[in-house]
Design a protein around this ligand. Structure first.
Ligand code: ZN
Ligand code: ZN
Length: 454
């Protein structure tokens, strides 16, 4: 295929984050039955949940002991979240379809365009490269990574044909980076990708997720935890129940809710498995999916784990195929207070070592100390300084030291307000002008996030 569009830009495909896609259960004719993502405990299931709980609840309230109440809760909750459940082989239990956007932002419906721009601040990029060069790849967040990767590969071909370009850029946002990592591992040698720009990317998962999977949760902040696990609306329903519980039952109830969601929804999804950081994967996967029933799933998640464990090898493979990788990270914020890893530098949702492909960070509130020497693990140019002014980040240890930018105190959920980061994202995706952190004084490697006054 030849490049038939001479606009001078690259088409961009956005691979979005966990909250940025919609999925539905459909019947054999493709009719939508119910929402699978975002999760929706429908009124009928809620009624069933309440009915199932009446007798155990009465016994529990009278006798002030659990007496099977939390067990019943777990069963009822699992049933209520049924649309999201995958089987041990890593495939959905039901027929789940993601809402797709198979055309550019210029050509998709007003409603879809509105949805996409509400999800991510992409308008400035659309204005630069043209909305006919901007595409949105939707996938099921609690789903199967290999399926998403195959669909992404086909999507890339579609974009090439529609735009007349031989290569595209990928913007990997948050969870979208786990799909992108798996894509690079599998298909980067197709030679279809010019640049990957990670935006607060979970390249190596999130310790928030592994902590939740390990049960390392902070019980005091369980309301926030529930909101994160099942969305505001559903959480409100479940929190209502907790207000009636005796104290000694409450802790067990929280534990049951978390375990139920982990065991029914998270464990059997290879995309969620991709959120377990490489350094924790071996132990956790052995515990959760080490049995014969999960063998096929584990074979897949093992593969993505090996890719995440050795980013320098993945980057070398990408470069060989003409693909450059960039990352825009937040750091110096405590992980979500719902989990126990509280000394880890993060953007609150994703730990910064993941976003930076394994750069080195001092524990929160500490520095490396005066004697620390830059390690130059992945940057051999001794003239480069990759240590930040505060002496708590050594970017030279990350897999892409010369193309990773850092924002101190930038929170994941505030990314839409980080104008400097978004501007840089736009320039990196627009053309190949900015090549590394040393080139443009407006975008040095280390930055401070300052919220604009409204
Ligand atoms: Zn073009
Ligand atoms: Zn360097």
């Amino acid at each position: 295929m030849e490049n038939t569009c001479n606009c001078g830009f690259y088409p961009t495909i956005v691979v979005p984050g966990i909250g940025n896609c919609k999925a539905f259960e459909v019947d054999e004719n493709g009719n939508r039955l119910r929402s699978a993502w975002p999760p929706d405990i429908d009124p009928a299931a809620m009624k069933k949940l309440k009915n199932a709980l009446i007798f155990p609840a009465i016994r529990m309230f009278v006798l002030r002991h659990d007496l099977g109440f939390t067990k019943k809760t777990g069963q009822a909750l699992a049933e209520a979240l049924d649309a999201l459940v995958s089987n041990p082989d890593g495939q959905y239990k039901h027929n789940i379809q993601v809402e797709k956007y198979d055309d550019s932002l210029a050509k998709c419906s007003e409603k879809d365009r509105g949805f996409i721009y509400r999800m991510l601040p992409l308008k400035p990029l659309g204005l630069e490269i043209g909305e006919d060069h901007l595409f949105y790849f939707a996938f099921t967040p609690i789903g199967n990574t290999l399926d998403s990767v195959e669909r992404l590969r086909a999507f890339i071909q579609m974009v090439k044909e529609k735009t007349g370009h031989t290569k595209v850029n990928l913007a990997a946002v948050s969870l979208g980076a786990t799909i992108t990592t798996a894509y690079l591992d599998t298909y980067v040698s197709d030679g279809d990708i010019n640049r990957v720009v990670g935006v607060v990317p979970a390249f190596d998962g999130s310790m928030t997720v592994s902590d939740i999977m390990k049960g390392n949760i902070v019980y005091d902040d369980y309301e926030t935890l529930f909101v994160e696990l099942m969305g505001k609306k559903n959480a409100a329903k479940v929190i209502k129940v907790t207000k009636l519980l005796p104290k000694k039952v409450l802790r067990k109830f929280i534990q049951t809710v978390v375990e139920t969601i982990v065991n029914t929804v998270i464990v059997n999804s290879s995309t969620m498995g991709g959120l377990v950081p490489a350094h924790e994967y071996e132990q956790l996967s052995k515990k959760l999916i080490g049995d014969p029933a999960h063998a096929k799933l584990k074979e897949e998640t093992d593969r993505w784990w090996r890719a995440r464990a050795d980013f320098p090898a993945l980057i070398a493979k990408a470069r060989k195929s003409g693909t450059e990788v960039f990352s825009l990270c937040g750091y110096n914020v405590q992980l979500f207070k719902i989990v126990t890893s509280d000394k880890v530098s993060s953007d609150m949702v994703v730990h910064s070592a993941s976003e930076s492909m394994h750069a080195h960070f001092a524990p929160l509130g500490e520095t490396f100390g005066a004697d620390y020497k830059q390690q130059n693990t992945n940057c051999k140019n001794t003239a480069h300084n990759h240590i930040n002014p505060q002496n708590d980040v050594d970017a030279s240890v990350g897999a892409i030291p010369d193309t990773t930018w850092y924002w101190r105190n930038s929170e994941h959920e505030q990314t839409a307000e980080n104008m400097q980061m978004l501007d840089l994202m736009k320039f990196l995706l627009k053309n190949d002008q900015i090549k590394d952190v040393f080139q443009d004084p407006a975008y040095p490697q280390f930055n401070e996030f300052v919220r604009e006054k409204k």
